[in-house]
Write a protein that binds this ligand. Structure first.
Ligand code: ADP
Ligand code: MG
Ligand code: ZN
Length: 652
């Protein structure tokens, strides 16, 4: 659904005539070769002889004249008197030989035999071409490479490849961006800086030089920048940081220079660098591998340029990244990218607004309620929502609907969450039973957990790459913080599938592997990141977490084997306890487990309403709450809040 802005003044794109350029280089090469050959082969009457023969001939008085250069000696033989009549073309016979280097005696010998000597300077035409040819070849290889690698041809290698948008040429504006109101307001302020610079300058304020948009992928950072291009009423240069780096050393730096030169000429204007982390990674993080000089040089040039323009020159540098934590500290210091605007995932209202933007051109059926759709998609970024609308429209088209219905949207969101339904994957009877009990186990355990939301649907129709069945639980709303009992609850829910298989079939299957993976990850995070282990206490074993990229591997602190062992033990204990808890819950609710599984085998999917009748009968064992909240002794007694009664939130 993205709208592409046509670049206004762009460098000519050389991609198409590439082949022709290559053919003409080849032709040129052949032509030069031909000329050089012609020059070298020109004198047919010159015969090469060994140097010794030349000296012999000199000494026997046969040589009339010799012209000597450092490359060769061309000499003429005296016409032999007894060989008359001379041949038709009576030019004297010429011979050539290669001179012996440093033969100091040669001039003496020649003189003593009355040979006419001529010294030839070295700039013979043949030598000239001889030198030129390899250069020419090199140039052609380089040219054809640079042609292919960047479509800019040889001469524009050092030029910036920024696209420039002139005022109003972008067809995206602020109305096309929703759910990020704070970011929009801040950017509007920036636009105001440029448009009414005088107001700020006369008050003595310095206009910021650099503004950094940070946020998770797909939240609309690039889109916001494009909207500014449409709104600001000033020229807008846009480039992706990776475009600075080319195969040639030094190109990045000169592109940065060129970009800023252009920008300064167009001031007031905005320069936008997308995915800044490609260029601005911390220099410290790389010094073990010396391979990144080029990026470093480019970064240095960028820093220098940012310092180079006076604060109120009217150039504002805008950049976007989803990994602010890896950026070089020098980029972030005051006077450079000192303003940071967070573009975060939208809340429910924001999601509704984004859905409305993308559904604008889609024919919606009466029953579509965008607010309901927004409610069931927490965690979706703008790009996911755009994708959701598009998937729903595609589904509606495939089903020949006249308009996109709510059912299409539901199916689309399930597809995005769990993958495409795979009716063609036929499970045998045993597999089906295993999956049915497994999913029923998840549903029962999940229904008991605090803050986990409503079980919306369970299904034993295979989906996506790996899922043989799935349980969808709708979160109650947007969450920005989780308490420990909820995380522990998640652990138990994840292991509910495996536990059900164990108690019903008394054997293990591979079906739980994804759950186990997730549970292990979660348990590890509890201990190494959230500081929730009673034994280790609030210790972070992993270094700073990437705030916007979930699950992005971070380097682990240097820890002792002792601590490492303790972590392993804690992890295993936590997972095992959660597993025991799940088993206990399901044993207490075996009758409901049986009912749900049977119903699932009959109907394949169960929706919220049908499920509710079963799940209402589920009761939780007394130990559950104790375990979720960890028994009180392991936590220090709260003293500040209420000395009599431990502070504990129980209502969700
Ligand atoms: P980012 O640069 O943050 O990774 P993009 O700006 O490239 O994300 O967003 C990709 C697409 O997702 C956009 O072209 C747009 O269609 C949609 N999108 C993302 N965020 C929003 C938003 N806040 N409002 C409307 N559409 C959005
Ligand atoms: Mg982007
Ligand atoms: Zn499972």
């Amino acid at each position: 659904m993205s709208k592409n802005t046509p670049p206004l003044s762009n460098r000519p794109d050389n991609a198409a005539p590439n082949n022709r350029a290559f053919a003409s280089s080849l032709f040129l090469l052949l032509a030069w070769l031909f000329i050089v050959m012609a020059v070298v082969v020109r004198a047919p009457r010159k015969d090469r002889v060994p140097y010794s023969q030349f000296i012999e001939q000199v000494e026997s008085g046969q040589v009339a004249a010799a012209s000597i250069s450092s490359q060769q000696i061309v000499y003429t033989l005296k016409p032999l008197p007894d060989l008359a009549p001379v041949t038709a073309d009576d030019a004297p016979i010429q011979r050539i030989t290669v001179p012996l280097q440093n033969d100091a005696e040669l001039p003496g010998i020649l003189r003593s035999h009355n040979v006419e000597i001529e010294a030839v300077a070295d700039s013979g035409i043949g030598r000239f071409f001889g030198l030129l040819l390899p250069l020419l070849l090199l140039w052609m290889i380089w040219a054809s490479f640079s042609n292919r690698t960047q479509g800019g041809g040889l001469l524009s290698v050092g030029k910036s490849k920024a696209r420039m948008y002139l005022e109003g040429s972008s067809c995206v504006n602020f109305d096309d961006v929703a759910g990020v109101d704070e970011a929009k307001a801040e950017l509007q302020e920036i636009v105001d800086f440029l448009q009414h610079a005088q107001k700020y300058v006369s008050l003595g304020a310095k206009i910021p030089k650099g503004v950094l948009l940070v946020g998770p992928p797909g939240t609309g950072k690039t889109l916001l920048a494009r909207a500014i291009a449409g709104e600001a009423g000033v020229p807008f240069f846009s480039i992706s940081a990776s475009e600075f780096i080319e195969m040639f050393v030094g190109v990045g730096a000169s592109r940065v220079r060129d970009l800023f030169e252009q920008a300064k000429q167009q001031a007031p204007c905005i320069v936008f660098i997308d995915e800044l982390d490609a260029l601005g990674k911390s220099r410290a993080s790389n010094n073990r591998f010396a391979g990144n000089d080029e990026r470093e040089q480019t970064l240095n040039q960028l820093l220098a340029e940012m310092d180079g323009f006076v604060p109120n020159a009217g150039v504002i540098l805008l950049a976007a990244t989803n990994r602010p934590e890896v950026l070089d500290p020098a980029l972030l210091r005051a006077g450079r990218f000192d303003r940071r605007i967070v573009v975060d995932r939208p809340d429910k209202k924001g999601r509704e607004a984004i859905l409305a933007i993308h559904a604008k051109d889609v024919h919606l059926a009466e029953d579509v309620a965008l607010d309901k759709l927004a409610a069931r998609t927490p965690g979706f970024a703008g790009a996911d929502l755009a994708n959701l609308v598009n998937e729903a429209a595609l589904l509606a088209a495939r089903r020949d609907h006249a308009a996109v219905t709510m059912a299409d949207f539901n199916e689309a969101s399930e597809r995005i969450l769990t993958g495409v339904e795979r009716k063609s994957r036929v499970l045998n009877h045993v597999e089906k039973r295993t999956v049915a009990y497994h999913e029923a186990g998840h549903a029962i355990v999940g229904a008991l957990m605090p803050g986990a939301g409503v079980v919306e649907k369970i299904s034993i129709v295979p989906r996506g790459i790996a899922a043989l069945g799935y349980t969808l639980q709708r979160p109650e709303g947007d969450r920005f913080l989780m308490v420990e009992s909820e995380i522990r609850g998640q652990l138990v829910t994840l292991l509910g599938g495996r536990a059900a298989e164990e108690i019903v079939f008394n054997r293990l299957s591979t079906g739980a592997s994804d759950d186990i993976q997730k549970a292990t990850d979660l348990a590890e995070r509890c201990i190494t990141l959230y500081g929730m282990s009673p034994i280790l206490g609030p210790i972070a074993v992993d270094r700073s977490q990437s705030p916007f990229l979930e699950g992005y591997a971070q380097p682990r602190r240097a820890i002792s084997p002792h601590l490492s062992e303790a972590i392993d033990e804690e992890m295993i204990t936590l997972v095992e306890e959660a597993h025991q808890m799940a088993v206990e819950i399901l044993i207490r609710n075996q009758d409901v487990l049986e009912e749900i599984a049977q119903k699932l085998l009959e109907e394949e999917t169960l929706e919220e309403k049908a499920l509710k009748a079963f799940l209402d009968k589920v009761h939780s064992p007394a130990t559950l709450s104790t375990w979720l909240n960890r028994d009180a002794e392991t936590l220090p007694q709260p003293r500040i809040y209420s000395p009599e009664e431990p502070y504990r939130e129980t209502a969700y």
